[in-house]
Design a protein around this ligand. Structure first.
Ligand code: AP5
Length: 213
């Protein structure tokens, strides 16, 4: 059983690696960012409430995120394992998660801040399927269009410089303390997230296949 969570600062490559690993392990990729962006795009009441927080780079209130995640986590496809990407994001979320399910591994993506800013500022995203591209490291086959569905790629509103700054600060203040929390439980595996996506994928696979804690 693989019950995995990815932790790491914005732009560290969690989503890129999660998509590939979840497919390889045949478990659902549960990204709270993608779920929230889906709700914003659909214009649901939850999405309308979350939108302002996300644009500003702040965390969406815990209760709203839980509402959207608990439903997915309880789904039949998550019974045999899951990959959480973007949750938990603070200690309260970690405590709530522990009441819903245990985790087998937490992978922490480690990367210098200047590389994060390069990755975030060059990212372009498909608003329909959420696939992330990069102007330099992962350009789409046709400029400005998603390889999967041809949709016009956008820059996420929270990839603007002002929002990036807020997200990095929120990560340091609210999410980074989770590293110690999971280290104390013996669940944490640090991943060097620098290098090409294929190099990082190799490290991720080795960490997932390493002996259980
Ligand atoms: P979320 O969507 O979770 O964003 P994030 O954690 O800030 O992470 P990112 O999606 O920005 O980056 P990533 O690490 O996935 O990097 P990626 O693979 O795309 O959250 C967004 C917002 O939603 C939050 O700010 C908050 O408002 C809200 N939210 C979500 N979860 C919440 C929660 N639990 N509680 C409260 N609020 C919540 O890669 C980035 C770029 O780099 C891409 O262009 C990619 O192509 C490129 N790249 C990837 N790997 C490499 C590589 N090895 N080399 C070169 N380029 C690379």
């Amino acid at each position: 059983m693989h019950r995995i969570a990815f932790l790491g600062p914005p732009g560290a490559g969690k989503g890129t690696q999660a998509a590939e690993l979840a497919q390889a392990l045949r478990i659902p990729h549960l990204s709270t960012g993608d779920l929230l962006r889906g709700a914003v795009g659909a214009g649901s009441p939850l999405g309308r409430e979350a939108d302002g927080y996300m644009r500003a780079g702040k965390l969406v209130p815990d209760a709203l995120v839980l509402q959207i995640l608990a439903e997915r986590l309880a789904g039949a496809d998550a019974r045999a394992g899951f990959l959480l990407d973007g949750y938990p994001r603070n200690l309260a979320q970690a405590e709530t998660l522990a009441t819903l399910t245990p985790l087998d591994r937490v992978l922490s993506f480690e990367i210098p801040t200047d590389e994060l800013v390069r990755r975030l500022s060059g990212r372009r995203t498909c608003p329909v399927c959420q696939t992330a591209y990069h102007l330099v490291s992962k350009p789409p086959k046709v400029a400005g269009r998603c390889d999967r569905d041809g949709t016009e790629l956008i820059q996420r509103p929270d990839d603007r410089p002002e929002a990036i700054e807020v997200r990095l600060r929120v990560y340091a203040e609210q999410t980074a303390p989770l590293l110690d929390h999971y280290r104390r439980q013996g669940l944490l595996r640090a991943i060097d997230a620098t290098g090409t996506p294929a190099e990082v994928a190799g490290r991720v696979r080795r960490a997932v296949e390493s002996a259980p804690p």
